[in-house]
Design a protein around this ligand. Sequence first.
Ligand SMILES: Cc1cc2nc3c(=O)[nH]c(=O)nc-3n(C[C@H](O)[C@H](O)[C@H](O)COP(=O)(O)OP(=O)(O)OC[C@H]3O[C@@H](n4cnc5c(N)ncnc54)[C@H](O)[C@@H]3O)c2cc1C
Length: 495
Amino acid sequence: MLHKNSVKRVVIAGGGTAGWMAAAALSKVLGKHIDITLIESDAIGTVGVGEATIPTLLSFHHLLGINEPEFLRATNGTFKLGISFENWETRGKNYIHSFGKTGREFWAGEFQHFWLRGLGLGIDVPFGDYCLELQAAKAGKFAISKNPWTNYAYHMDATAYAKYLRSFSEGYGVKRIEGMIEQVKLNHDSGFIEAIILKDGRVIEGDLFIDCSGFKGLLIEQAMHTGFEDWSHWLPTDSAVAVQTESVTPPLPYTRAIAHESGWQWRIPLQHRVGNGLVYCSRYQSDENAQQTLLSNIEGNTLTEPRLIKYRSGRRLKSWNKNCVALGLATGFIEPLESTSIHLVSSGLIRLMRLFPLGGIRQVEIDEYNRQANLEIENVRDFIILHYCATKRTDSLFWRHCRTMSIPDSLAHRINLFRETGRIFVGADELFRVDSWTQVMIGQGIIPEQYHPAVHEMSDIELTQFLTKERNLIAEMVAKLPSHQDFINAYLRQK
Ligand SMILES: Cc1cc2nc3c(=O)[nH]c(=O)nc-3n(C[C@H](O)[C@H](O)[C@H](O)COP(=O)(O)OP(=O)(O)OC[C@H]3O[C@@H](n4cnc5c(N)ncnc54)[C@H](O)[C@@H]3O)c2cc1C
């Protein structure tokens, strides 16, 4: 046991998405056992981006008991079925990484083996034609269905989301303090955090501190010097410029990720506006040029001034150090290509609640938390790198760098296995499942040289019938779906 004292007082430093997600989950689940105080500074504000999510947010909301139409009304939210990657493999070539399942799998292997044999038989149909969510996204359609289950996530206004969670958390007894954190008081002997001292002199003592203070990591790094592992040699972007625009078309049920010369642009459609941003590498593009690129690739009038954000990809060496747990940007950052940061906050929180040190802080629990957090973020990192390294673009220094840069061994193995055999395996705890890997690998032009021989259990005619039936079924289901906009209109009227 590192620290005998039971954990009663939890102090959250920061009130961005991470801080209020932490306050909401901890107060809802453990509120009877702990007192929670959240400190935030209006003068500093939040990062103000982070508006695209992945389906795991539904589970987080389920845990909180959040009413979906109410949440969507509060955050001007829309539905998201996946991400459209445009110009990534080569200019003019697009694919969608959807949240859905592609085709059906059999004992011998996943659907890609059947699709590959189909190609050999002349059934030259895109892999995505066998995925319901992907086809619905392309058609601009959406509905929630339980059978078959629709895999979806949300686009939402980040500022409104933090506000929504604030009122939720205050309803569960979270105390909010507005003030500027100036100092973090550490115990001389143990190095544990004893208190946070505000600019006006107030002292906020606690047993466990959650660092949600953003990139700077006020507690975990500036006070505790935990250390940072830099991944910029694998994830070359380090800057973003963001701007909001008026909507000029009904919202698409997917995020757009459009590759440009030295990075990529996001478009996130909400009910009332669109979030836009350009992610780029400052070694290859100046801030001024990035701003110009963004402003000449948006639709609708701008609603905000373009805002510049600088970051470093990588992770804190320990997400949990002594009596400090870092969440959100304070624990590390992987650029937003697959909208994974908010997910990492919720999975960190679930991990923390499972290991919560109510009876005192133990090193063995800290180690387990960090082991799981490290594995999770490394898997996400590999998946993001895949999009860059599997490009065939040679039209700029940036893309030439991405094509030839070294990649982690774990990713190189995965790509080679898929390329040579069509096989993909993922660990039980990995966020991105086989469907995600196959969609992105095939989308980026990595086509396996072989398929599983067991596919030959089906005759040519049986295989052709199987593929045609799967495709037709999906086309029929998509034809019956309402438009995304019509669904939102009807759904938001529900209580
Ligand atoms: C360009 C970009 C695009 C992104 N897009 C996505 C996306 O599409 N999907 C996704 O999941 N994630 C995305 N993210 C990540 C996402 O924005 C963050 O994970 C999320 O917003 C959580 O941020 P945070 O709460 O950790 O930090 P912040 O929003 O920076 O909040 C920090 C908080 O700490 C407070 N604070 C800081 N210093 C002090 C102080 N001295 N005293 C008192 N309070 C202080 C601030 O006031 C604020 O309340 C994106 C990030 C970037 C940079």
